[in-house]
Design a protein around this ligand. Structure first.
Ligand SMILES: [Zn+2]
Length: 350
């Protein structure tokens, strides 16, 4: 009997250069996400067969054409996604660049080694960088923004995994001490290239913010899910005050969604759909209320020393002025309110 394997090899023609290569995907029924972090990163997987415990399915998300270095999701290679028309716009450019030996695309692409089942994290990082770079060859209005945001987030996860799982660097390109140094060398061609988890998270954050701005007023569930992801990324980036503001925004969005769902249910419009929205909104409101309290404490403690100092420098003022001035100085709402109260109590004691 053949040895069990989770890999499915696929011979497929590249949608750009038409040359056939072998790609891989992983049988999804063989594993389950086990520990999932707030930003939806699957930290650990549970495999049916423990022999496969070392395999990280997210490494197989991006396919790479070894000839022209086109990198994208398998759906695009299979012609199953809806972006093909847009990608045609960069085809010529990519084919020309991939044939120039010193171009960034050629140098990155040639370093990717997906020839064996086990991929190295650095090859996977390069494939993600190329997929991002190729998407960004499109003018901003033609890009698939949700996909780009996701690619940056996935890239951040890879840097995280490389550090937390202490994944070894293999096949370091000649002339470099490490893969990190190799990536740094692309800064002339790509000044904003993200070479760390923090940098990738920051760009992902900006991309998701764009996605959210463009999604405004479409589907409340979709918007709330993006906002929750933004909260997770902000917290991971230690931007707690911004995360707290976003928590408040989620709270109002969920409250609004609940009102819409209730009104529709009263009229008997799309009952199943609105019941579902009502349950979703109720869950979000519960979770958000708890999170707002937790984050509020964190933010208050972070801001307290600077806020106290600002109050001391205000000279003789009343409690209302304290609150107004702290607001002007962009302290969080919770800090302004609490310091205002502290100030009032102190004044009363005098
Ligand atoms: Zn190709």
């Amino acid at each position: 009997m053949a040895k069990e394997t989770p890999f499915v090899p696929v011979k497929i023609k590249c949608p750009f250069c038409d040359i056939e290569s072998t790609q891989r995907y992983i049988k999804s029924r063989m594993y389950q996400p086990d520990v999932v972090e707030e930003d939806t990163h699957v930290a650990t997987y549970k495999w049916e067969n423990p022999e496969f415990a070392q395999i990280r399915p997210n490494f197989y998300h991006i396919w790479h054409c070894p000839t022209c270095h086109f990198c994208d999701e398998k759906e695009v290679f299979r012609g199953e996604d809806k972006s093909k028309g847009k990608l045609e716009l960069i085809k010529e450019k990519l084919l020309i660049h991939s044939r120039m030996p010193n171009s960034m695309i050629a140098r990155m692409g040639e370093t990717i080694d997906f020839s064996k089942d086990a991929y190295s994290v650095d090859s996977v990082i390069l494939a993600h960088l190329l997929a991002i770079h190729e998407q960004e060859l499109l003018s901003s209005s033609m890009r698939q923004h949700p996909k780009l945001a996701r690619f940056y987030l996935r890239l951040a996860w890879l840097y995280r995994e490389k550090a937390t799982l202490a994944l070894p660097e293999e096949n370091i390109p000649t002339g470099f001490d490490s893969h990190s140094a190799f990536l740094e060398s692309f800064k002339t061609e790509w000044p904003g290239i993200p070479v760390s988890e923090d940098q990738a998270l920051e760009i992902s954050l900006a991309c998701y913010q764009d996605v959210l701005n463009n999604a405004s007023g479409t589907d409340p569930k979709y918007e709330i899910n993006i906002m929750n992801l933004l909260i997770a990324i902000l917290r991971r980036s230690k931007r707690n005050a911004e995360a707290l503001r976003m928590v408040r925004a989620v709270f109002s969005a969920a409250t609004k969604a609940r009102q819409i769902a209730r009104a529709a249910l009263q009229k008997g419009v799309n009952v199943a759909q609105h019941q579902n929205l009502l349950n979703f909104a109720a869950g979000v409101i519960d979770k958000t209320t708890e999170l707002a309290e937790q984050l509020g404490e964190i933010v208050f403690n972070e801001e307290l020393p600077a806020a106290k100092e600002a109050v001391m420098n205000m000279g003789p003022v009343d409690a209302k002025t304290v609150v107004d001035k702290l607001r002007e100085l962009k302290f969080s709402d919770i800090t302004c309110r609490r310091l205002g109260k502290m100030f009032e109590k102190q004044a009363a004691r005098k």
